[in-house]
Design a protein around this ligand. Structure first.
Ligand code: ZN
Length: 457
């Protein structure tokens, strides 16, 4: 068995690895590259492989940087199945459709602003392409091996990262390849902890936070409560750019848990993301995947998805009405890195005023508006307008959906035989830090994936 690395090899987006075994070829993930406009242009390039030649795809989870080029894969000739967990399949449709809408809006805006008369910016894919992707999806439960191609079997195990997320074990030719997908931290609300792994001959491990340790969740949550207090005193609103899948729902979980303590009834809370609202519906349908604590919370007095002052605002007009509220609103909106979505409208309206607060609760990739804000930019461009940054910005790291260095090491330690490791899905600083720690602790072989690199399993 051989594995070749195409994406998320030296960066945190565009996850895509190719595996050859038993004369067959399969892809682990087919993700979109996200970041600056220049980075995202790379999504249009031809794949470094022939799509029609791939026999199967296994998808670790529904985040766009893992699934976002599946529509292109099919458009360019792929005809095989896409194996994934059932909740991932539900989320996949929502995320890809959202990406298709964003792509269409970007293309339209770009065409409108072009002065050279060429209006030929086509969206990367459309909702019709998404429907085609969905017709290729075959769902699998966790923890059951399935022979997806002759002599190649796949097992998905809970990765605890987002609902339906999986670590993928591939067995063929008497060898075992383990692909971590994205691994969640232990103790993530709602989700179960990452499942214990067993044995492997080679492990591909994500390393988004391979170079750091998160604050504890308790500290983070306390900080969030303090920000609400401060924002109340300042008479402003609180904007929370949040990923629609997972983070938005996790915030609601914390709001339910600390409803009294934070006196949240003073606020109007908006889930201003049509996608996050759809994800709430999906999560409601997959309570079987919740951890024990969440099952109890869902049976308790305050259901996180039905807080008395929580407003879902799927319609554009409802979102625009929020702009009239000058204080007392907590607005959760996408996208999480401020690269698109409604949060950009809210930021344009609010960043200039120091009474408002913006709370970053997730990873901000290089090249994104979120990263520029977190890095302290005093002026940013939003919708071709210069916006001065006077609002109070906060970054709270402890709510990550990715395990930190200790979490990754802990996950790896659960593998019986401490096999060689290839680090993927991380910027180089993070991967180098991770490599150093792993070699010191385990004395094992640790490589950093580079685009096009090939390894025997
Ligand atoms: Zn992910």
């Amino acid at each position: 068995m051989k594995v070749r690395f195409y994406g998320a090899a030296g960066e945190v987006t565009g996850s895509c690895h190719e595996v050859h075994a038993n004369g067959k070829t399969l892809l682990l993930d087919c993700g979109m590259i996200q970041g600056s406009d220049e980075d995202e242009k790379r999504n249009e390039l031809p794949f470094p492989f022939e799509a029609a030649r791939i026999d199967a795809v296994v998808l670790s989870h529904a985040h766009i940087d893992h699934c976002g080029r599946l529509p292109l894969l099919i458009h360019r000739g792929y005809t095989g199945p896409i194996y994934t967990q059932a909740a991932t399949a539900d989320l996949l449709k929502i995320l890809l459709e959202d990406a298709a809408s964003l792509a269409l809006m970007d293309a339209e805006r770009d065409n409108k602003h072009r002065r050279d008369g060429h209006q030929n910016h086509q969206p990367l894919f459309t909702k019709a392409d998404v429907a085609k992707v969905m017709s290729h999806v075959k769902t699998m439960p966790y923890d059951q091996a399935r022979e997806i191609l002759p002599g190649i079997s796949v097992t998905l195990r809970d990765a605890g990262h987002i609902l339906g997320s999986a670590c993928v074990t591939l067995e063929a030719e008497g060898r075992t390849l383990l692909f971590s997908g994205d691994i969640g931290p232990k103790g993530t609300p709602i989700l179960r902890d990452p499942a214990v792994q067993h044995k492997a001959d080679l492990v591909l491990i994500e390393s988004t936070y391979g170079g750091r340790l998160h604050r504890t969740r308790e500290d983070t949550i306390a900080e969030l409560g303090e920000i609400f207090e401060q924002a109340e005193r300042d008479g402003g609103n609180v904007l929370i750019p949040a990923f629609a899948v997972g983070r938005s729902q996790e915030l609601l979980y914390w709001f339910a848990k600390y409803y009294e303590q934070w006196n949240l009834k003073r606020w109007k809370i908006f889930l201003d993301s049509p996608m996050a609202v759809k994800v709430v519906e999906v999560m409601d349908g997959h309570e079987d995947l919740f951890d024990e604590d969440a099952k109890k919370v869902w049976q308790g007095k305050i259901n996180p998805f039905r807080l008395p002052n929580l407003h879902f605002t799927p319609e554009v007009s409802q979102s625009q009405e929020i702009n009239q509220i000058k204080h007392g609103a907590i607005i959760i909106a996408g996208s999480g890195m401020c690269t698109g979505g409604r949060i950009r409208h809210h930021l344009r309206n609010s960043l200039g005023n120091k009474k408002h607060h913006v709370v970053f609760v997730g990873y901000q990739a290089q090249g994104t508006l979120g990263r520029r804000l977190v890095d302290g930019a005093k002026i940013v461009r939003i919708f071709n307008e210069e916006v001065h940054v006077n609002a109070r910005l906060h970054t709270i790291g402890g709510l990550s959906a990715h395990a930190d260095q200790a979490g990754l090491i802990d996950w790896y330690s659960s593998i019986d035989n401490q096999p060689p490791v290839v680090l993927v899905h991380g910027e180089d600083d993070a991967r180098n830090a991770m490599k150093e720690v792993m070699q010191e602790k385990f004395g094992n072989q640790v490589s950093l994936a580079t685009p096009g690199m090939e390894m025997d399993v």
